[in-house]
Design a binder for this molecule. Structure first.
Ligand SMILES: [Zn+2]
Ligand SMILES: [Zn+2]
Length: 199
């Protein structure tokens, strides 16, 4: 983690935001304030809180980050029955949501078995893959897009599907879902993903 923080310090960007995930087991007994002050000093560390970034022409973007997943006994692990509480806490005026877990059905296919027709996506062509994403997280992102300002949902966790898709949520509103995981099987694994957002 010290090396990662040093690496963050070398990146030339104005604002760097980091969230945790299920591999940050060492963060479980630390507070957000401690992690920010002593570990991730070269970035803004979000853990169930937000950051407002001011832009030119009096515009701004509200970023909200939350690390929780339905993994068992890892970092930020929660049960499938109670994880929705973390999604309920996402502010209504969030522009960019950052979670570790994907929303169910979007860029979330990883190891596991789905027999017959998949109950999530209705397809029958992924028998050796399972949706790792979370259903209520998807509901929440669509709600925040339709009734609020959500434009972009960034997540990771599923390294098999690192790319982005645009989903039309209403007649006039589109939400971009982007899985920014490193493509571990590729020589491009460490090439940064760049996303342009029009305001
Ligand atoms: Zn499916
Ligand atoms: Zn993960």
């Amino acid at each position: 983690m010290r090396q990662f923080n040093e690496y963050l310090g070398t990146l030339p960007y104005r604002i760097k935001i980091v969230i945790g995930g299920n591999h940050e087991i060492g963060f479980n007994n630390l507070t957000r304030e401690y992690i920010q002050k002593h570990i991730l000093t070269n970035a803004i560390y979000l853990q169930d809180n937000s950051l407002r970034v001011q832009l030119p022409e009096h515009k701004s973007l509200l970023f909200y980050g939350t690390p929780w997943t339905t993994s068992h006994n890892m970092g930020f692990s929660m049960s499938r029955d109670s994880i929705f509480e973390k999604w309920e806490a996402i502010p209504d005026d969030t522009d960019v949501l950052i979670t570790h877990l994907p929303p169910q059905g979007y860029l979330d296919l990883a190891s596991g078995t789905t027999e017959g027709v998949c109950k999530v996506c209705g397809e029958s062509n992924h028998p050796y893959n399972k949706h790792w994403g979370e259903a209520k997280l998807k509901q929440k992102t669509k709600y925040l897009c339709e009734h609020g300002r959500l434009k972009l949902h960034l997540f990771g966790h599923v390294h098999e599907e690192c790319s982005g898709i645009k989903v039309k949520v209403t007649r006039t509103k589109t939400l971009m879902y982007y899985n920014g995981s490193a493509d571990c099987g590729s020589s491009q694994a460490r090439v940064p993903h760049a996303i342009t957002l029009s305001l």
